[in-house]
Design a binder for this molecule. Structure first.
Ligand code: FMN
Length: 398
């Protein structure tokens, strides 16, 4: 699978740098091409000679001694299929999160638009430092993949979280990303996420408990699999793909109509309100004027059903249903009534999954295939499985 893949490995000045010798060997044994770039500080931890020999190529360190026509921070970007930074020091992580490019490795990270895999390693105090954590979140939000450090005995003599993840784990994660990057290449996927808010007055709304985590996980998984993703959500998001923020069901309907035109697949994971207040007061509704307050609600458009009615040729439409009773029966009915290709059903009464949780367990219904259950797992894993099932039929020509 890795034959002729171009792996760029960046090593920073951390004590775990010696472990990367083994990582380089693993890629070489799997027929990948490897180039290694060191920060100047990493030279204190591993020698150029060792890395030269293992990678069977010269090591890249200096930013300004290039003899090539293209500077190395550009030519190496053109060459690499993936850029792995391991170990990633707290210092370099801080630079990556802030667009600082003051050596060859950080310039490369700034210029490289492909898949980046970051494996941090540091002392527990550094790892738990709130600025380091903020930087890690910023890298995740920018679409970089983080292999979390592990807990255990650290080189500084203490015990805690911060130890570099095993090189096998870093290798497997990279191999998976290289594989995943291919799966949905060329597909345009539209995903909705979050709960809509139906305004009553300038300060109040009728909403629901949807966190949008499932939709976000789907969008991330589709992006990681190489798809061109648009996420329409009810919260602000900074992602490496297109995001559109909406508030109400009507705004969501509008955005979906515009974006669904060219989509190969639309996944409606958002919890769209069925009803909205018939009127939205321009000024705040005052308590003293009303002993009782009756709000008249009117039906919102059924975005999913309308999408299915106007379905484009070969478009795949996926609905979601959150049920509190008779999950499968209600889901079957909804699938037939809406006319979508797949319906993902989850039970919202369970405390260990669904709303606001990082976990889910779902059933996938479709017109022609038996119901598939995806057992409880993180929403990231559930998202990957859902995409696999949706696009399996396509790839096999079903
Ligand atoms: C013996 C030793 C071990 C170190 N180990 C780490 C480490 O594991 N992780 C880390 O973030 N910094 C570590 N540091 C601190 C970094 O070397 C320092 O922050 C340096 O500026 C990193 O530079 P770079 O990110 O440009 O490679 C260590 C320093 C020393 C002297």
């Amino acid at each position: 699978m890795l034959r002729n893949k171009n792996i760029l490995i960046g090593i920073t000045g951390g004590i775990a740098a010696y472990k990367i010798c083994e990582l380089v060997r693993m890629f070489k044994k799997n027929d990948a091409n490897v180039k290694v770039v060191l920060t100047p500080n990493a030279k204190e931890f591993v020698t150029e000679l060792t890395m030269d020999t293992l990678a069977q190529d010269r090591v890249y360190i200096e930013q300004f001694n290039t003899t090539d026509k293209k500077p190395e921070h550009i030519s190496l970007c053109d060459w690499a299929d993936i850029f792995i930074i391991a170990p990633a020091s707290a210092n370099t992580i801080g630079k990556l999160a802030n667009g600082i490019a003051d050596n060859l490795l950080t310039s490369l990270a700034c210029a490289f638009t492909g898949t980046k895999l970051i494996a941090p390693a540091m002392n527990t105090g550094m790892w738990e430092n709130r600025f380091v954590q903020k930087n890690i979140s910023a890298l995740k939000n920018a679409g970089m993949h983080i292999v979390e450090p592990e807990s255990g005995f650290l080189a500084c003599g203490t015990c805690g979280k911060g130890r570099l993840a095993s090189v096998e784990k870093v290798f497997n994660e990279a191999a998976l990303l290289l594989y995943e990057n291919q799966a949905l290449k060329g597909k345009k996927i539209l995903i909705t996420a979050g709960g809509t808010r139906e305004n009553l007055d300038p300060v109040r709304y009728i909403g629901n408990y949807s966190s949008g985590k499932m939709g976000k996980a789907l969008a991330d998984a589709a992006y990681n699999a190489g798809a061109e993703v648009t996420l329409i959500c009810t919260f602000e998001e900074t992602k490496p793909y297109k995001t559109i923020t909406v508030n109400s069901a009507l705004e969501m309907e509008n955005a979906v109509k515009n974006e669904a035109q060219n989509a190969n697949c639309v996944i409606m994971a958002a919890a769209v309100a069925d009803y909205r207040p018939a009127e939205c007061s321009v000024s705040k509704i005052k308590k003293d004027k009303n002993e009782e307050l009756t709000i008249k609600l009117v039906k919102n458009p059924d975005i999913l059903a309308n999408l299915c009615k106007n379905k484009k040729q070969n478009q795949i439409i996926v609905g979601f249903c959150a049920e509190s009773d008779d999950l499968i029966e209600n889901a079957r009915e909804k699938l037939a009534q809406k006319g979508c290709d797949f319906l993902v059903a989850n039970d919202i009464t369970r405390k260990d999954i669904a709303f606001s949780s990082d976990y889910n367990e779902v059933y996938i219904l479709s017109k022609d295939a038996p119901i598939k259950k995806i057992d409880r797992s993180t929403k990231e894993n559930i998202a990957k499985s859902i995409l696999e099932i949706i696009f399996k039929g396509e790839n096999s020509g079903n």
